[in-house]
Design a protein around this ligand. Structure first.
Ligand SMILES: Cc1cc2nc3c(=O)[nH]c(=O)nc-3n(C[C@H](O)[C@H](O)[C@H](O)COP(=O)(O)OP(=O)(O)OC[C@H]3O[C@@H](n4cnc5c(N)ncnc54)[C@H](O)[C@@H]3O)c2cc1C
Length: 757
């Protein structure tokens, strides 16, 4: 069904009839919502249609024919990144003094807003960022992203929703700004954010909503893009690609493994291989209490899987008795849990996020790894590239040391000592001087060690599986206790949090091929896993829960560093091999515990396949290295296969992970969030292009008018009559509605007159 409400056909040339009504109705058009209205006044109009509400308002102001040219903009993918683009388009358009008419076409294969934070997932699946440090909106710290448009952070939204009694249960619930809430709730916030922004759309913008519409093609035809789905094409002058997380085409090795597992299943029907863990509920729904499941990787996805198979199946955590340390949990199984085996390259789970003591805006300000230093390093380098390991890590390490020793001396001694030390530390000329200063104040055993951060497993723990297991449990508990102290009071967590706080500078070093090829490879294979383990872990409660599950015998994580799993074809089972020869365990389910982040060549989506085929995108390469993602320039314009930047096409988010670094985090308030800055730059660019086109059109109009005037004057001289000496515009007005009047100029004048009412 196609809805077209309130269209004023007199002005249909600018909105109404350039709609789907002129097009072939697609076979699955029931999925498409296509609503708008035009009105003379600028009041918005709310239209209720079934269970879907939508609105459009559009006022027609005094445009001349050419100035009133309508620009069509398409955004493909309305998850968090797409909303940031939507936000910027609205913000810029609201501040557009020329009120250039815009048609905005929004496409998402699901509902608008949540993206991968779907609202139908279980409440035990949590976002791993505290509520006050997530937002979808800009704030005063955001620079270079265009006009500000204020909106609530996630925690502000939770508080206001709670206060307004719309929390579903009527009762007020204490909202913890530093708490971790469910991803479903966060998805609700994003959905709300989309509606909020929609209401802020200015009168000269018409929004076309195409949800549950998976765009399957994008092509350049004539002088416009054509965005297609279900056999229908929508023209657009400007297009934003914000399609986010994608699925991966299996590699040859994966396909071969799948085939072997299929074959072995004839001998063991319970054998299962899960290569795509999301949505979690579907991925493990057929795993039963009788199964043993091996999970490859010990990151955030694995915590999701564990949660789904334990709390998600009715298991409960309760505090241990008073004899146990505070925070220690006991697991009460439901009996529905499978046995779970965890293994990974490091053999270690991610470490816990510390209690946030920095509030909403608090962030460590780098003293060593600064943008200025980065610029200086680049200036010294021949090709502008730098070596992360040799040039960035030492600076990063200084900042981590600074944060560590300040916290250490502040908590162990007093603030004055900490401040004095900090001044002296910053005055040190080199690493030797800094170490001498540290030695002077802090016992060696208490000092921060990069080697121990990278590889905390002591040789003794590697003597046997049992020793490793004991060590791991105490390591995890110590980590929990550090996290409990907080990201300022725990020296260790304070140092690790620097990795999050200086991420923008780290990005500055890596983005757009900023590193030598070998260094880029090193960052992704060595540094990234360490950074994730130290700084991007789950809430500390997840670590306490994992310990409880290990105590209850539900989870085993005693395989040590370097463990791996292989299919035992003859036995029709999987075998997890530990660090210790002969110490292994068998499983009948193997799950890959990480979300895929495919590059363009392995992306399963029909849209990306077409973009690659058409040469509209090209995989990002740093020398011979393809770290993933497509190539964009610094304006986020997509670079085509032939190397040309396409100035009307932008890509943001995980699509460009490779060319950019760490594109998948949500905007943080008070941090001049990269997400906002990138979106702002891309939209600002488009608005400049629109302004330039308008100026060119205005110049055309002026030239036409001058030519008309000259022609009229010449005619007047020729005819020698007083009537012929009237100005062309007056003539146009005189001839309005007269059948035999010259067509084109009068039609143009009529429109101009109408708009001026
Ligand atoms: C399970 C999971 C948990 C996460 N948790 C956190 C967290 O706690 N904190 C954090 O900072 N980050 C988290 N992330 C990272 C995540 O990348 C960001 O939070 C954010 O969702 C990225 O937004 P996005 O818009 O780029 O992508 P997405 O959220 O994936 O949204 C992309 C949107 O594009 C749509 N789309 C895709 N293809 C098409 C098409 N062809 N046509 C039309 N529409 C299309 C999709 O339907 C989707 O709505 C998590 C990621 C995952 C996978």
């Amino acid at each position: 069904m196609v809805f077209c409400a309130g269209a004023n056909l007199r002005h249909g040339g600018f909105g109404a009839v350039v709609g789907r009504r002129q097009k072939k109705v697609p076979p699955l058009c029931w999925r498409n919502l296509y609503i708008f209205s035009c009105s003379y006044d600028s009041s918005s109009e709310i239209i209720s249609l079934g269970n879907t509400r939508c609105f459009r308002h559009w006022s027609l102001r005094s445009y001349s024919f050419k100035e009133a040219y309508m620009y069509k903009i398409a955004v493909i993918g309305l998850g968090p990144r797409g909303i940031s683009v939507f936000d910027r388009i609205i913000a810029y358009a609201r501040n557009d003094a020329s009120a250039t008419p815009i048609e905005l076409y929004l496409f998402d294969s699901k509902e608008f807003g949540p993206g991968c934070h779907t609202t139908d997932q279980a409440d035990h699946l949590l976002v791993n960022t505290v509520a006050c440090q997530m937002t979808q909106f800009s704030d005063d710290t955001v620079r270079g992203a265009g006009p500000l448009l204020y909106g609530p952070s996630f925690s502000d939204w939770l508080i206001s929703k709670n206060g307004s009694g719309t929390n579903g249960v009527g009762a007020k619930v204490e909202i913890d700004r530093n708490g971790y809430y469910s991803r479903a709730l966060f998805g609700d916030y994003l959905r709300w954010g989309f509606e909020y922004l929609k209401k802020l759309a200015p009168p000269h913008m018409t929004i076309f909503l195409h949800n549950y519409a998976g765009v399957d093609d994008l092509s350049w035809q004539g002088n416009r893009w054509h965005v297609s789905y279900d056999g229908c094409a929508y023209p657009a002058d400007f297009v934003y690609l914000t399609t986010g997380h994608a699925r991966k085409v299996f590699s040859d090795a994966e396909r071969a493994l799948v085939q072997k597992v299929e074959a072995a299943r004839t001998r063991n029907p319970r054998l299962q291989l899960v290569l795509e863990p999301y949505p979690i509920r579907n991925a493990v729904s057929s795993v039963t209490a009788g199964d043993t499941m091996a999970i490859e990787g010990m990151g955030l996805t694995t915590f999701d899987l564990i949660s789904q198979l334990t709390a998600g199946r009715g298991g409960r955590y309760e505090p241990c008795g008073k004899m146990e340390p505070a925070g220690r949990l006991r697991y009460r199984p439901s009996g529905q849990e499978p046995k779970i085996l965890l293994y990974s390259r490091s053999g270690l789970p991610l470490t816990a996020r510390a209690v946030n003591q920095k509030g909403v805006f608090g962030q460590y300000k780098p003293k060593y790894l600064t943008f200025a230093k980065l610029d200086a390093l680049r200036a010294e380098s021949d090709g502008g590239q730098i070596d992360f390991q040799k040039q960035i890590i030492p600076l990063l390490w200084c900042d981590m040391q600074f944060a560590f020793y300040f916290a250490y001396l502040h908590t162990q001694r007093d603030k004055m000592t900490a401040l004095m030390f900090s001044n002296e530390f910053m005055a040190c000329e080199n690493a030797v001087a800094r170490q001498a200063l540290i030695d002077q104040h802090i016992d060696r055993r208490e000092q921060l060690s990069w080697d121990k951060l990278v590889d905390p497993v002591p040789p003794l723990a590697l003597k046997s599986r049992r020793q490793f297991d004991d060590w791991l449990r105490s390591f995890m508990w110590r980590d929990f206790e550090h996290a409990k102290l907080g990201n300022l009071d725990s020296p260790l967590k304070s140092a690790c949090d620097v990795l999050r706080d200086v991420r923008d500078v780290v990005r500055g070093a890596i983005d757009f091929g900023g590193l030598y090829e070998h260094s880029h490879r090193w960052v992704l294979s060595e540094f990234l896993p360490i950074m994730n383990r130290l700084a991007v872990g789950p809430p500390k409660e997840r670590i306490a829960q994992l310990l409880a599950l290990m105590d209850a015998g539900v989870v085993r994580a005693d395989f040590g560093p370097g463990a791996y799993c292989e299919l035992d074809e003859s036995g029709a089972s999987f075998t997890v091999h530990s660090q210790w020869a002969g110490e292994m365990a068998s499983a009948n389910v193997l799950v890959r515990g990480r979300a895929s982040l495919p590059g363009p060549l392995e992306d399963k989506s029909p849209l990306m396949r077409k973009l690659v085929q058409r040469g509209i995108v090209r995989p990002f390469m740093n020398g011979q290295f393809h770290p993933g993602g497509i190539t964009v320039d610094r304006n986020m314009n997509v670079v085509a296969q032939d190397g040309a930047a396409q100035t009307t096409l932008w890509a943001l988010g995980t699509l460009v992970e490779g060319c950019k670094f760490y594109t998948f985090v949500l905007p943080r308030p008070g941090a001049n969030s990269t997400t906002m800055v990138d979106a702002g730059r891309a939209v600002g660019n488009m608005m400049s292009a629109i302004a330039a086109r308008n100026a060119a059109r205005a110049a055309d109009v002026a030239a036409d008018a001058a030519a008309d005037a000259a022609a009229a004057a010449a005619a007047a001289v020729d005819a020698g009559t007083a009537e012929a000496q009237q100005a062309p515009n007056e003539r146009a007005a005189f001839y309005c509605g007269v059948d035999d009047a010259p067509a084109a100029p009068l039609a143009r004048a009529q429109l101009t007159a109408d708009f001026q009412h």
